[in-house]
Ligand binder design. Structure first.
Ligand SMILES: [Zn+2]
Length: 455
């Protein structure tokens, strides 16, 4: 790498011969025996504020019965009651009825009994449901990013630093925040977290379709235009966060309005990214006018004939291989064997010519690109959808060509030399984002951020 970019050794020779001597800036590093250099990793679908909220909440994800859930909440409510400076409410995350022996969520009466005078806010593992005590009107709303007292914000910002370090330790240099409610303020809040990862973000349709919204092209050429689009575009320009797409959320807009939202996204100059976990959602996306540049998030269930239609649309699929391994018990319980064959496809999509990228959907499952690679190569549910390690790596690595930012990782072992399942356990020794070392021993590895880099 040179000036934070990937260079090709042959062109270095040519540049040196031309009298422009780049060799002065080149540092040679010796790799530990057995280790390899790869392009660094991207997590293509995450919810950063939800992940931070989950990480700073009571964790219910390991509970296996309602009694366990209610015990955890009772203990947390007791602690909140004794804490004079606390917000007075308990936030919990990670409940999923499929994990509980009773196969149901607690009732409001049960939550009220556990919380007593302390309001409880309990978030479902999927992020798509919240159950609360009857006293919850007293609890602060939202995840705290607009907390006027700033107390909750400080907690989130500190957690963001830890999350960012962990991601760098997993080799992740880039994230796409796919939260459908994102608007200009949220982009600014995301930037303010100061993650070391490069960010892209989706925005909600409301952020780009206010009554006086102008097209994206107009917003760029006329930055003073007073419009919602101008708002997200100037937030994107100010923060350096690229807008990936408009997130289309059928559970929110209704299946019958998916086509309309896709059309409005395109009309405003944005790609569309449609959340499609079940067959009906995918069908609405396919009937809604998807085109190249658009994305389907999850494609959780995909009929054989939908594979061909996805390929014809030119849209990319962003899937979650570790859902299939970490949540296998849920799918085995909820889906017929026929449906299990349609679950989180990879092989058949690639064979049909669909571009596929991997992601965690954190906080739904923890981030971990190498775990995703191992899961895609060794999954037991839908084994016909397995891909080899090389193919799986291509779905997590940041595409790297000469001239691109030097986003690189050093892995402790060669993923082609170990058992496929063992790829998940390979350590990441060093991670560079655009030449800047963001993980690894700074005495061992060089750090050469490009001239004019952020820091
Ligand atoms: Zn998601």
């Amino acid at each position: 790498m040179l000036d934070g970019r990937i260079v090709d050794m042959a062109s270095l020779g040519t540049a040196a011969a031309a009298g422009d001597d780049p060799s002065a800036a080149i540092t040679t590093v010796e790799l530990p025996p057995g280790s390899v250099v790869l392009p660094a990793f991207v997590d293509e679908h995450v919810h950063i504020f939800a992940a931070l909220a989950a990480r700073t909440s009571v964790d219910l994800s390991a509970a296996r019965s309602l009694a366990e859930v209610l015990d955890l909440l009772r203990v947390a409510a007791d602690a909140a009651r004794r804490h004079p400076t606390g917000s007075g409410a308990v936030r919990a995350w990670g409940i999923d009825e499929f994990d509980l022996a009773e196969r149901r969520l607690p009732s409001v009466a049960e939550l009220d009994a556990a919380g007593g005078d302390v309001p409880l806010v309990v978030h479902h593992r999927t992020g798509h449901a919240v159950i609360t005590t009857t006293r919850t009107a007293l609890a602060p709303a939202g995840d705290g990013r607009r907390d006027p007292t700033g107390a909750r914000w400080r907690v989130l910002a500190e957690e963001a630093e830890r999350l960012s370090r962990e991601l760098a330790g997993l080799g992740v240099v880039e994230l796409c925040d796919t939260s459908d409610g994102n608007g200009a303020e949220d982009l600014r809040a995301l930037a303010e977290l100061g993650l070391t990862q490069r960010l892209r973000a989706m925005v909600g349709i409301d952020a780009v379709s206010a009554p006086n919204a102008v097209s994206a092209a107009n917003a760029v050429s006329a930055p003073n235009a007073v419009s919602a689009v101008g708002g997200v575009w100037s937030a994107a320009a100010d923060t350096g966060i690229d807008i990936e797409a408009v997130k289309v959320m059928p559970p929110r807009c209704g299946l019958d309005r998916v086509a309309d939202v896709i059309r409005r996204a395109h009309a405003a100059g944005f790609a569309a990214a449609v959340h499609a976990v079940d067959i009906d959602e995918l069908q609405a996306a396919l009937d809604g006018g998807l085109r190249p540049g658009d994305r389907v998030e999850h494609a959780g269930l995909c009929l054989p004939e939908q594979v061909a239609r996805l390929a014809a649309s030119g849209a990319m699929v962003v899937t979650q291989p570790t859902f299939v391994t970490r949540r296998a018990h849920k799918y085995r319980a909820a889906l017929s064997t026929v449906e299990q064959a349609w679950l989180y496809r990879v092989r058949s999509l690639l064979d049909a010519g669909v571009a596929v990228r991997f992601s965690s959907d954190a906080p739904v499952v923890p981030p971990g690109p190498l775990e995703q690679v191992a899961a895609a190569a060794t999954r037991r549910l839908g084994p016909h959808e397995r891909v080899d390690v090389a193919t799986a790596l291509a779905s997590v690595c940041r595409p790297a060509a000469v001239g691109d930012p030097a986003d690189l990782v050093v892995l402790a072992a060669d993923p082609f030399d170990v058992e496929q399942a063992a790829v998940a356990g390979i350590g990441v020794v060093a991670t560079w984002r655009a030449g800047e070392l963001i993980h690894g021993d700074p005495r061992r590895w060089p750090s050469a951020p490009p001239p004019g880099a952020r820091r």
